[in-house]
Design a protein around this ligand. Structure first.
Ligand code: ADP
Ligand code: MG
Length: 330
C-alpha cells in the first residue's frame, strides 16, 4: 500500500499507536501542541536537524530502519554534547505520496526504537507531501540541571583535548560507498547506525569534568575549530594519539591517504571535549565504567583559534579546516 491510499490522518494515527509515552507527557500526538512536564531545577535543551534525500543520505546506501535510527541518533548526539538528558522527540516528514507504507513503517520503527533506548517519547511532528525527495526534520528536547550544561566556549590554556571512540570510520564507509565498494559490516554500522554518547555526555556535565564539549559531525578538525574559536584559544593535536579502529588502520596500510579522514572526515558522532589535566584520571575512570574508549589527543594553548597537528617526529603543521558548507560549491 502507498501513502496516498493510507491518507494523512490514518498515517498520523498509526504513528501515535507506535509511540509509547510516560508520565512527563501530559498531551502528546493528537492535539494542537504537546504539553510536557519538566523536572524542577532543570533547563530545557533543544536541538533540531534536517536530513534531506540526496543531500544527507541516499536510499541505496541505507535501509529505512537504519535511516530512522540515524535521524534520531544525530540529534541525540547533539544533546549528549550539551550534557543533556534527552526526553521528547518531534518528527517532521515530507514524503512523496507514492511512498510504500511498509517503507515508512520500517523508518518509524528505527526512529522509535532508537528513541526508546534512551526513554525518549515521540510527542509530535508534522506531515506533508513532497514533490520528490524525502525530507526528515527531527527536533529533540531534553533537560539539563541548572549549571550543568556544557558549551563550546569554556576551553582554557593548559586543558587537555579528549575524544571518545575512534575517528574516521564513518567517513571511510561513505568514501567506499561512493566508489561502489562494500565497506563491510563494521564500517557501515559506524556510518548508518551511530551510537550517541548520551551517558558519557550527561555524566561529564553532572560531575563538571569538562570545560567545553561538542559532538563530531563535521570531522575532528572542523569541530575542534568550533571549540577553539568559541573559546579564543589555540589547539595542538598529536597525530600519533588519534584513536583509529583496526579496520581503519588496515585500510590506511593499503592507502595512506585515507589517514586524513580521521582528522577531517565527518559523522563520527563521538564526543570531543577539553578538560583540566587534574580531571584526566576521573574522565578515564568514567569512560571505563561506561565501557567506552576515551583518548587524550592534544592540548589547548593561549592563542586566537589556530589548530596545529604534530606528527610523530614532532614537526607541526596548521590544519586546513574543511567543514562541509551547504552553500559553497567547493
Ligand atoms: P495541525 O493541523 O494542528 O498542525 P496536524 O494534523 O499537523 O495538526 O497534527 C496533528 C497531531 O499529530 C499533532 O499532535 C502533531 O504533533 C501530530 N503529528 C503530525 N505529524 C506527525 C509526525 N510525523 N510524527 C509525530 N506526530 C505527528
Ligand atoms: Mg501540523
Amino acid at each position: 500500500m502507498r501513502l496516498e491510499t493510507l491518507g494523512e490522518f490514518q498515517f498520523i494515527d498509526f504513528i501515535r499507536q507506535q509511540a509509547p509515552t510516560d508520565d512527563h507527557v501530559c498531551r502528546g500526538i493528537g492535539d494542537d501542541a504537546a504539553v510536557l512536564a519538566l523536572p524542577q531545577g532543570h533547563q530545557l535543551v533543544t536541538s533540531t536537524d534536517m536530513l534531506v534525500e540526496s543531500v544527507h543520505f541516499q536510499h541505496d546506501w541505507i535501509s529505512k530502519e537504519d535511516l530512522g535510527h540515524k535521524a534520531v541518533a544525530v540529534n541525540l548526539s547533539d544533546l549528549a554534547a550539551m550534557g543533556g538528558q534527552p526526553r521528547f522527540l518531534y518528527l517532521g516528514l515530507a514524503l512523496p505520496v507514492s511512498t510504500e507504507v511498509a517503507e515508512i513503517k520500517a523508518f518509524l520503527k528505527g526512529c522509535i526504537d532508537e528513541a526508546s533506548k534512551y526513554h525518549v517519547n515521540l510527542v509530535g511532528g508534522d506531515t506533508c507531501k513532497s514533490p520528490g525527495p524525502w525530507f526528515i526534520s527531527v527536533t529533540l528536547e531534553g533537560t539539563v540541571p541548572k549549571d550543568q550544561d556544557i558549551g563550546r566556549n569554556g576551553a582554557r590554556p593548559g586543558d587537555l583535548i579528549m575524544v571518545s571512540g575512534t575517528l574516521g570510520d564513518s567517513a571511510l564507509a561513505l568514501n567506499l560507498l561512493t566508489q561502489d565498494r562494500a565497506p563491510g559490516q563494521e564500517l557501515l554500522a559506524k556510518h548508518n547506525r551511530p551510537t550517541p554518547r548520551i551517558e558519557l555526555g550527561r555524566r561529564l556535565g553532572a560531575k563538571r569534568l569538562v570545560s567545553a564539549m561538542i559532538d563530531i559531525s563535521d570531522g575532528l578538525a572542523g569541530d575542534l575549530d568550533h571549540i577553539l574559536q568559541a573559546s579564543g584559544v589555540d589547539g595542538i593535536i598529536q597525530e600519533a594519539q588519534l584513536p583509529l579502529s583496526k579496520t581503519f588502520k588496515a585500510h590506511v596500510k593499503k592507502n595512506p591517504a585515507i589517514k586524513e579522514m580521521a582528522l577531517s572526515g565527518g559523522e563520527d558522532y563521538e564526543l570531543l571535549f577539553t578538560t583540566a589535566p587534574s580531571n584526566e584520571a576521573s574522565v578515564m575512570a568514567l569512560a571505563k565504567d561506561l565501557g567506552l574508549q576515551v583518548t587524550t589527543i592534544g592540548s589547548v594553548k593561549k592563542g586566537n583559534g589556530v589548530l596545529e597537528v604534530q606528527d610523530r617526529k614532532g614537526s607541526s603543521r596548521p590544519v586546513a579546516i574543511k567543514s562541509y558548507d551547504h552553500f559553497c560549491r567547493s
